[in-house]
Design a protein around this ligand. Structure first.
Ligand SMILES: Cc1cc2nc3c(=O)[nH]c(=O)nc-3n(C[C@H](O)[C@H](O)[C@H](O)COP(=O)(O)OP(=O)(O)OC[C@H]3O[C@@H](n4cnc5c(N)ncnc54)[C@H](O)[C@@H]3O)c2cc1C
Length: 412
């Protein structure tokens, strides 16, 4: 039986572990905190399949400047982290070039189009099919002008094969009576879905891979030792070496420091996001609602109504600023009626974000037996099962279902 070591047991690493086991691989998963509280445990729970236009600052005019000047606005950069961010932001600027934008959108659309199907197979395997709610999502706009500004993107998404339907004010209220009556336009995102609880998914995946014989090794990986075509090994902080036929780095926002030790350069930033979960409010919404102008979302999870958003660039070590969670909750009070704020829980997570919004999925450039699955940014939950399906194909050396070139680490 061929051996695979996976570094990182978030939703991506665990999904890949399961896919590899199904193909007969013997898997060892390494994580510094299996039951930790990383992005995979506390995200907004949405399967945002039509999110296929890369994030870019183009067309936003002075908005990003306004956001940056607002201490609790949707975009923040900690001054001490700014110099390290420069190469990432320079690469982000290139994304706006029409040819790049089109290429990235096509690649994301090809990946996202298969996400719900792959996710259903994975949920079925871990007996969690009942936790998927295929009820779409609703993007809401307070003004016609704001919707018109986004219209070209909506039309492009339709061209790329995703379904959406415009509704008027009455339509918004009919779909989501719990919202304040201030939204002029809604866009019903018909292919979206949400799950009951991201933490429950991670825990069910972990139990399933363990039941199928995976070894869970607790420890912090400091480096990956991999000479061109030899057996790679994860080097742990206590000096232990865990070697295998192949090694997969799926360590979320921490992956760049490990890929560097292999010899591969990548631009990856922690794009910190915040949320507040209100345990007694899930009944207020039927589906995930995206507040398009305010840049936040609310999802009715089994653990409560989760209000989340924000993009804060402050690196992996700075303390969370939970005033951001408070700011998002203050917005939610304006737009969702009757919030019961007993026992609310605030949270921060590190989105592993590349400047081109594309994840890194595929083999290392520097070492033949090392593979990567990280950098899923805002879409790690959505793309987890599809990433795993593709990694499974790459491990076995069979043709992949989609073209993997756009996801290669060589693009950096
Ligand atoms: C506020 C917020 C809302 C979000 N909402 C959504 C959403 O609705 N839909 C969606 O699709 N996505 C969403 N995301 C994004 C999604 O959560 C992430 O893209 C995804 O969880 C990344 O998963 P991962 O497994 O790559 O990383 P992680 O969950 O960060 O897991 C990485 C794991 O690697 C381990 N690790 C790291 N370094 C080492 C090391 N050196 N040694 C050992 N172990 C290591 C960590 O302990 C961790 O367990 C959201 C994110 C945030 C922050």
């Amino acid at each position: 039986m061929s051996k695979l070591v996976i570094v990182g047991a978030g939703v991506v690493g665990l999904s890949c572990a399961l896919a590899a086991q199904k193909r007969g691989w013997q898997v060892t998963l390494i994580d510094k905190a299996f039951e930790g509280d990383r992005a995979s445990h506390g995200n907004a729970g949405g399967l945002a399949v039509s999110e296929c236009i890369p994030l870019s600052l183009s067309g936003l005019g002075l908005k990003p400047v306004k956001w940056l000047l607002d201490p609790l606005g949707p975009l923040a950069i900690r001054a001490s982290h700014a110099p390290r961010l420069l190469p990432w932001f320079l690469a982000l600027r290139k994304v706006a070039e029409p040819e790049n934008n089109r290429r990235i959108s096509n690649a994301l659309a090809a990946l996202n189009a298969r996400c719900i199907g792959d996710f259903e197979v994975m949920l079925n395997d871990i007996s969690l099919s009942h936790a998927l709610h295929k009820v779409g999502a609703l993007a809401v706009y307070e003004s016609h002008a704001a919707f018109q500004k986004d219209k070209a993107e909506w039309m492009l998404k339709r061209t790329l094969g995703f379904q959406w339907r415009q509704v008027d004010k009455a339509g918004v209220m009919a779909l989501e009576p719990g919202l304040a009556p201030v939204f002029e336009i809604g866009v019903l995102l018909e292919d979206w879905a949400h799950i009951d609880d991201p933490a429950q998914l991670v825990s069910a995946l972990r139990q399933r891979v363990q039941a199928l014989g995976a070894t869970l090794a607790r420890g912090s990986v400091t480096a990956v030792a991999a000479h061109k075509a030899s057996s790679p090994a994860a080097v742990l902080a206590d000096g232990t070496y865990l070697s295998a036929d192949k090694l997969l780095i799926a360590a979320g926002a921490w992956s760049a420091q490990l890929s560097n030790t292999v010899g591969d350069r990548v631009l990856l930033e922690s794009e910190r996001g915040y949320n507040t979960t209100l345990p007694h409010c899930a009944h207020l919404l039927k589906r995930q609602v995206v507040f398009a102008e305010r840049k936040f979302v609310a999802t009715p999870l089994s653990v409560g109504l989760r209000i989340g958003g924000a993009a804060e660039f402050a690196g992996l070590h700075a303390a969370p600023n939970y005033q951001r969670s408070d700011a998002l909750l203050a917005l939610a009070r304006r737009f969702i009626g009757h919030l019961d704020e007993r026992n609310t829980k605030k949270w921060m997570g590190h989105r592993p974000s590349t400047p081109d919004s594309l994840p890194v999925i595929g083999p290392s450039n520097a070492a033949q037996n090392v593979l990567y699955a990280f950098g899923h940014g805002h879409l790690g939950l959505t793309q987890s099962a599809s990433t795993a399906a593709l990694i499974g194909q790459l491990l076995d050396g069979v043709p992949t279902s989609i073209d993997m070139a756009p996801f290669s680490i060589s693009r950096f």
